[in-house]
Design a protein around this ligand. Structure first.
Ligand code: SF4
Length: 220
């Protein structure tokens, strides 16, 4: 089986779609390849394209803050990727053909990282991984089965920056839901299984009541 490093090396030279022509570099993903938690956003913006890392700049700072405050982790304890690995020009939405072309890389990341929980950030990641046309406002507030994992949709941090306190509060609630899923499965976590697993075992106070409802998300 291919390793994540091999898939990354393949992606770094990819010209499968037109986004290759406008990129500074491919933004494959960052973090712990054995993480319990995988976060999936939409695509690189200008700063991400320049730095080669997802979620830098203001959106990234908000995401880092929420990960720290709600999950007690930093980005080295999870893995962060995007639906498309190259920047759409002018930060436009990725097109369906571009999402389809890039999908094998995301599927490989899901398969090889094998997270316990996937948190999607924004419309594109939720729709792509759940195979639905529903929007994030309709999808969020629940957890969905996703292969052997769970998928928790939430807003893109850029939307939370625009939307203000109410949207940020909903994002926090979604991250608490993700943490509760990890805690609920703590008996399955390997001994010493990473910072997130340790944090999950420690925390006895996370609210229960995480909803689980269909449709079932398929890994691929
Ligand atoms: S967006 Fe994905 S499919 Fe398109 S060129 Fe970049 S890596 Fe390849």
């Amino acid at each position: 089986m291919e390793s994540l490093a091999e898939v990354r090396a393949e992606a770094l030279a990819c010209t499968r779609c037109g986004l290759a022509g406008g990129r500074t570099q491919v933004v494959f993903g960052v973090g712990n390849p054995g993480a319990d938690l995988l976060l999936v956003g939409e695509g690189p913006g200008r700063e991400e394209d320049l730095r080669g890392e997802p979620f830098v700049g203001r959106s990234g700072k908000l995401l880092d803050t929420l990960l720290h405050q709600e999950l007690g982790i930093d980005r080295t304890s999870c893995y962060i990727a995007n639906v498309v690995k190259c920047r759409p020009p002018g930060n436009r939405d990725p097109r369906p053909d571009e999402i389809d072309a890039c999908r094998p890389y995301l599927d490989a990341q899901v398969r090889l990282i094998a997270p316990r929980v996937v948190v999607t950030l924004g419309n594109f990641a939720a729709r792509t991984l759940l195979g639905t046309t529903d929007g994030i406002r309709r999808l969020r507030g629940a957890a969905y089965p996703f292969g052997t994992a769970h998928l928790v949709p939430t807003y893109h941090p850029a939307a939370a920056l625009r939307g203000g306190a109410e949207v940020v509060a909903e994002m926090r609630a979604d991250l608490v839901r993700a943490k509760a899923l990890l805690i609920g499965r703590r008996s399955e976590l390997p001994a010493g299984g990473g910072v997130l697993a340790a944090a999950a075992r420690r925390d006895e106070q996370v609210p229960d009541g995480t909803a689980a409802r269909g449709p079932a998300g398929q890994r691929r």
